[in-house]
Design a protein around this ligand. Structure first.
Ligand SMILES: *Cc1c(COP(=O)(O)O)cnc(C)c1O
Length: 376
């Protein structure tokens, strides 16, 4: 069986050894005679699976002891509401600030506005000029020095990798430098979670839907500093109150057991690769290969301000839009799948997550060169 290269933005490619192990263990997990799907979430087998997944994730990300790691449901979209329901009541002002850099942060902001006094701290939703070059809306990141964070805000939210636009924060700002000491940073890291080492200490909390870079759909990972727990609004469902989920080690109610098991296998695969520094080196090599081609070509272009170009999601356009359909058809024939860009930006998008190897990016680059040669 030969599998095509899968550039889907999510749900997305998983490491093949993970899929093979899951297939092998499907009917009988470690000799217990049950599939993971058939186990009680309170039984000793699943407790072991869940606790190991948490321990492996802590070790990968070097999560400090005073942070809880939670496996939740509802995806990052539900977190857009669960975050304010848990955090905006802290401090009494019911205020929160949002940095807008594209589709997903704008969605987070819109959802949060239903729960309190929510303001925009900064936005890249207008065109600007950077390094002498015109930048279209949502192709750049407002410099942290220009953000307006209110000292009384319960938190400051940003999306550190815009999956559709292809804009990535290469580092999270140091909250101390934002002029609002004590306002915790809240980060939607869904589409670059576990793509490189990240300094958890810089955030009050982060969340990530697993189906982008870190597992299957159905589980959402939350990492939250424990002192932020216990402030949920009365309207917050008990099953979404971080304090309850943390107290029960992600088993307040039935968690997405199979998705946690697969995510756990992905964590073990990452540890076997050498951890996040090793995977980052691979991700840099992959991104350099693809952006290198885009930069050398006048046939293809990537619109993002160079310092914030995402290593995970690479949108690009062809100089002649009329060739888009032929490009995509040829790509499918060459075993390069799911390259069509999001409808809101058009063109193409190659998501080159952890589980997509360098050979896959090389195959894409070879195809793009050949397409340019025959159609340019
Ligand atoms: C995909 C994505 C979401 C939405 O995830 P769902 O699981 O569909 O709710 C939110 N934020 C980012 C950055 C994403 O990539």
């Amino acid at each position: 069986m030969s599998r095509p290269w899968n550039f889907s933005a999510g749900p997305s490619v998983l490491p093949e050894p993970v899929l093979r192990q899951a297939a092998q263990e499907m009917l009988d997990w470690h000799g217990c005679g049950m599939s993971v799907m058939e186990m009680s979430h309170r039984g000793k087998q699943f407790i072991q699976i869940c606790d190991e997944a948490e321990a492996d994730l802590r070790s990968l990300l070097q999560v400090p002891e005073d942070y809880a790691v939670l496996f939740m449901q509802g995806g990052a979209s539900a977190e857009n509401a669960i975050v304010p329901m848990n955090l905006i009541g802290r401090g009494g002002a019911h205020a929160a600030d949002y940095v807008l850099t594209g589709h997903w942060s704008a969605r987070s902001h819109k959802e949060a506005a239903r729960y309190g006094d929510v303001q925009v701290a900064a936005s890249s939703g207008a065109a600007t000029v950077l390094d002498g070059r015109e930048q279209a809306p949502w192709t750049w990141v407002p410099p942290a020095g220009d953000w307006h964070v209110r000292p009384g805000s319960a938190y400051l939210h940003l999306c550190s990798n815009e999956t559709i636009g292809g804009v990535e924060f290469m580092d999270w700002p140091d909250p101390a430098s934002l002029g609002a000491p004590g306002v915790p940073l809240v980060v939607d890291a869904s589409s670059h979670f576990l793509s490189r080492p990240m300094d958890v200490r810089r955030v009050g909390m982060m969340y990530a839907g697993a189906q982008k870079n870190a597992g299957p759909a159905g589980v959402t990972v939350v990492v939250v500093r424990r002192d932020l727990l216990g402030h949920a609004l009365p309207i917050c469902p008990s099953a979404f109150d971080y304090a309850n989920v943390a107290a029960e080690h992600s088993r307040f109610n039935t968690p997405p057991t199979y998705a946690i098991y697969i995510a756990g296998l992905v964590y073990k695969w990452l540890l076997a690769q050498g951890g996040l520094a090793a995977i980052e080196a691979q991700n840099i090599a992959k991104a350099d290969l693809l952006y290198g081609l885009l930069d050398r070509s006048s046939f293809y272009a990537n619109p993002i301000h160079a310092p914030v170009r995402s290593r995970m999601n690479v949108p690009f356009v062809l100089a002649d839009k009329r060739l888009d359909a032929a490009f995509l058809e040829g790509a499918e024939r060459a075993g390069l799948h799911q390259l069509k860009g999001h409808k809101s930006v058009g063109g193409m998008r190659a998501s080159i997550y952890n589980a997509l190897p360098l050979a896959g990016v090389q195959a894409l680059v070879d195809y793009m060169k050949e397409f340019e040669r025959t159609h340019g």
